[in-house]
Write a protein that binds this ligand. Structure first.
Ligand code: GPP
Ligand code: MG
Length: 286
């Protein structure tokens, strides 16, 4: 199959077009200033204990120290995701579905030495991430493509591992996992870190979860949908970790930081009232 990255049918719905518009315009300091700390730019949240001393200290250094601490926590989240990918060798290929500015792909290539491909429906993000690959001298090993994760264009059984780092809330999970299962090798690993609503309390999202959906133009899924869609698509869960308690300190620090965006209270409310969970789910392709 010949696939180019200049396809005109990448955005197949008006919804996808509006999501692409959002990310093509996004220039938020909460992402750019954090990325500038190390040159690795992420689009996900953080986990782990916070060094609260960054909030004290001299006024002049305070903002910079908070930003460095938030970035340390988002790096820790990406490293935790990579911990779940299983044994990978430099001969393996991995796919980053919803790759943003490329952060998790670069860390995967650094850790495993394998080729990483990232896909995004934002042409801006794809351009930014490819420029990062060039600057980092890894453009021959890490490449980003303007493609849709529901129709990724890769041949069947290409990848030993695939992940979604906080990007599943933009797509239908049955369609997504069918496409992932197609391009994963048998025995390959799928990992997602995601926010999902707690449907133990009912099949509608809470107010706080709805506020998060409106903020990012996304559609947060109920927890059970992940497992139903995996089971229907030859993905066999091997590990589930509830990261909710581990991400709350990130949100508390972010709420007090100079880069708060206004969505912090909705996350803190949703997590603390148990209507929303931050989960890692790993599964193997049968
Ligand atoms: C964070 O990206 C992730 C999303 C927008 C998807 C929604 C995630 C959930 C867990 C519900 P970001 O790093 O660009 O967000 P922000 O700009 O708020 O830091
Ligand atoms: Mg962010």
């Amino acid at each position: 199959m010949t696939v180019t990255d200049t396809r005109t049918d990448v955005l197949s719905t008006r919804y996808q077009k509006s999501v692409a518009d959002y990310w093509n315009q996004e220039q938020d300091p909460v992402n750019l200033r954090l990325g500038e700390v190390s040159g690795t730019f992420h689009h996900h949240y953080g986990i782990g204990d916070v060094d609260r001393s960054v909030l004290e200290g001299p006024e002049s250094a305070r903002d910079e120290r908070i930003i460095e601490e938030l970035h340390r926590l988002e790096n820790a989240q990406a490293e935790f995701l990579l911990d779940q990918l299983g044994r990978l060798t430099p001969q393996d290929r991995v796919l980053d579905a919803g790759s943003g500015r490329g952060g998790t792909s670069f860390l995967a290539n650094l850790r495993f030495g394998c080729r990483a491909d990232g896909i995004s429906i934002s042409e801006k993000q794809v351009g930014f991430a490819n420029e990062q690959a060039r600057r980092r001298g890894v453009a021959d090993q890490v490449a980003f493509h303007f493609r849709n994760m529901l129709d990724n264009g890769f041949p069947a059984a290409t990848f030993q591992a695939i992940w979604n780092n906080e990007s599943t809330m933009y797509v239908d999970l049955h369609e997504l996992f069918a496409e992932h299962a197609r391009v994963l090798k048998p025995g390959g690993r799928y990992v997602t870190i995601t926010g999902c609503y707690n449907d133990v309390h009912g099949r509608q999202p809470s107010r706080a979860v709805s506020q998060i959906d409106a903020h990012y133009i996304c559609d947060i899924h109920p927890r059970s949908d992940y497992f139903a869609a995996m089971a229907a698509n030859d993905l066999l869960p091997i590990s589930v970790v509830d990261l909710t308690a581990a991400t709350i300190p990130y949100w508390e620090l972010r709420a007090e930081s100079p880069v708060a965006t206004g969505i912090e209270e909705a996350f803190l409310t949703a997590y603390k009232e148990d209507s929303f969970h931050y989960l890692m789910i790993a599964a193997d392709k049968v």
